[in-house]
Design a protein around this ligand. Structure first.
Ligand SMILES: [Zn+2]
Length: 383
């Protein structure tokens, strides 16, 4: 059985949240008290958990033997360094806290994001909404299996073919994937594989969370022009067209369902008479419905209210399909050839709170456009 540890200085929270986390099937029964950083470190090395979850505030409860002078960021930093000396014990670190605490941690120090594999709101684990909770549990299991896969592949593969092995494709297919820039991130200048948590960080932030050589269902829907509410439609097309053959099964595939873009593209090129990007959603859906005998519904632009638009990507905020001409570019300092530049639909440009929360900024070249939308100078086509 996989084991996890939940660290919180509030004893009641510690017990309650550990019990809730255990519903995931991971054993969270062992306790590590947030006494002193050096003691936590020693205890974690001794217990070697498969995953570490922690609250942000570890400095509020003042008890005998508690240092109470560190928070999650400080502890995560020390643990990451410790794992460099004990690579076999390297484990995912997840932040579980309140909205305000997460903001307090990430806003002044943008690098603290890198210390955690993921963060979740405590409320999602406490929620009675099963699917919300399930999403967190899937991610925890996905992180555990991802880390264990990385360790196994890292130890048994020549650094030269590490990227290909982590992606789990053969040489011929790998030569068709645009992965330039990925290798220097996971193999250091001396030609050695980077630490497990560093490989995990790059894969999660660049390939799993952002569309590019891998696409999630929202991105596929945008490329196909299928309405966001038409989940049944996507499922029937996926079965009829055999989309399962495009599924990615490299590291982290257990927690996140992703499709290979190049496999999808070659299917589209063979199946549809012209490039999808050159057809409106109305036309794409007509074509797909005729070819597969389906009743798919085309997506409607939230901005123009029409399906006669060229949908290209899923909006990074609402995840609905959006058109290039009715969206603005995200500012993305990490952008590389294996990633697609993020877009934000005009309707989401107004949601500054949401943009702050998910830490997305708009590209400076689109600032004027943003001003025009926010000040209502830019009208919807039918307004
Ligand atoms: Zn949007």
């Amino acid at each position: 059985m996989t084991t996890g540890i939940f660290i919180d200085d509030d004893e009641t929270q510690q017990t309650v949240i550990s019990a809730l986390l255990a519903e995931s099937g991971i054993d969270f029964s062992r306790i590590v008290e947030p006494t002193k950083i050096s003691e936590i470190k020693a205890r974690i090395l001794e217990l070697a958990p498969d995953i570490i979850v922690m609250d942000y505030r570890l400095d509020e409860v003042r008890k005998e033997g508690f240092d109470s002078d560190f928070r999650a960021g400080g502890l995560a930093q020390v643990l990451r360094e410790t794992f460099l000396d004990h690579p076999e014990k390297d484990a995912p670190i997840v932040l579980l806290s309140t909205e305000t605490n997460i903001r307090n941690l990430f806003t002044p120090d943008k690098t603290s994001h890198d210390l955690f594999d993921m963060w979740f709101l405590k409320g999602t684990v406490q929620s009675t909404n099963k699917s919300e909770k399930g999403r967190v549990f899937d991610a925890l299991s996905g992180l555990i299996s991802g880390y264990s896969d990385i360790k196994r592949i890292r130890d048994g593969t020549e650094p030269g073919s590490l990227v290909r092995s982590l992606l789990n494709v053969n040489e011929e297919e790998f030569s068709r994937i645009q992965s330039d820039g990925l290798k220097p991130l996971i193999v250091n200048a001396a030609g050695e594989a980077e630490a497990t948590h560093l490989i995990a960080r790059h894969f999660l932030s660049r390939l799993i969370r952002r569309p590019g050589i891998l696409l999630d269902e929202c991105s596929l829907r945008a490329k196909l022009g299928i309405a966001e509410g038409d989940t049944e439609g996507f499922k029937t097309l996926s079965e009829a067209a055999g989309f399962n053959a495009f599924l990615y099964d490299g590291i982290f595939a257990g927690g996140w369902r992703r499709y290979w873009r190049h496999r999808f593209n070659s299917w589209a090129a063979q199946t549809i008479d012209q490039p999808l990007s050159g057809m409106t959603a109305t036309k794409r859906i007509e074509d797909l419905n005729t070819k597969f005998g389906l009743k798919l519904v085309p997506v409607v632009s939230r901005w123009s209210g029409s399906s006669d638009e060229y949908f290209a990507v899923a909006c990074r905020v609402c995840h609905n399909p959006t058109e290039l001409r009715h969206s603005v570019a995200c500012f993305d300092p990490l952008i590389a050839v294996y990633m697609e530049r993020g877009r934000i639909c005009y309707d989401c440009v107004d949601k500054q709170d949401e943009l702050d929360r998910i830490q997305i900024r708009i590209d400076e070249n689109d600032e004027k456009l943003v001003d025009d939308i926010r000040s209502n100078r830019l009208k919807r086509p039918n307004e």
